[in-house]
Design a protein around this ligand. Sequence first.
Ligand SMILES: Nc1ncnc2c1ncn2[C@@H]1O[C@H](COP(=O)(O)OP(=O)(O)OP(=O)(O)O)[C@@H](O)[C@H]1O
Length: 301
Amino acid sequence: MSALISASGLSKKFGDKLALSNVSFAIDKGAPVALVGPNGAGKTTLFSLMCGYIFPSAGELQILGNKPGSRQLFGQLSALPQDAQLDPRFNIIHQLTFYGQLQGLSKSRATKESERVLELVGLSDVLRQKPMNLSHGMRKRATIAQALLGDPKIVMLDEATAGLDPIHAREVRELVSALSSETTFILSSHDLSELERLCGQVLHLDQGILTEHSAQSRLSDSSHFFTLQLSQSYPGVEQVLQQLQHVHRVYKSQSKEYVVEYQKSDSAVDIALLECCHQQGWQYRKLINGHTLENQIFHKN
Ligand SMILES: Nc1ncnc2c1ncn2[C@@H]1O[C@H](COP(=O)(O)OP(=O)(O)OP(=O)(O)O)[C@@H](O)[C@H]1O
């Protein structure tokens, strides 16, 4: 099966600024895809290229076998910008129906379609409310419903959970996960920990250069790494852990967090780690089987 999206040698220059440099990747139908990277990494540039808002300076980009922005993609791909806002003057169903009509649906079909997507995001009870009467999380879900109008195959969400409290952010993640059997989501975020739980494929951009990571491969290597989070700072942790049998490398990944790389063996290194914490009088907060996406990306060697 051909990829939903494929990029080959894709570059984008703004004047002298190389915003994307020779980027190649393929996205297939399936689990949500994460697009991560620091400010100015090129995420919005890549989103804009996929939407056909701007054109590449070099390379090839195909969405469902077509050039971005082509007529064949109308209704197949939708994008929700980070700062997407609802109009405060009109109720939710009114607004979505309007957008449905812009997609070419009759008023009655647009209303039905709006009801369908609002039900998908759990907002059937409030469809006649104006945005100001909804919580921040509900408003976000309403904008996601807007992106789902017309049943697109690909939905791109820019910072979908930015500014949401942990409960509403979780609601949005659960929603994306629940809808992922039908729709392929591409999510951009600065928050690696939230995306690694949700996404299979991770595209990491930094200064326009792309590297790919996979949450699945992380699971298969997980037997070689543990991530130990301590509740406070203790002196000499790396040196002590380094002495444990089968451990061949320990590094501090951030304050109070250590990655322990060990050789696979029959003995339980995790038990040895916890016993060591107990003997040393260290309180641990969490022991994670594997290493986090953040550590994969920022500590490659
Ligand atoms: N229209 C433009 N003209 C000139 N430079 C641009 C333009 N758009 C983006 N850039 C530059 O290209 C680089 C990538 O920008 P982009 O907006 O794609 O990054 P980003 O990863 O989306 O950042 P953020 O997380 O801050 O939104 C930046 O250095 C930016 O200044």
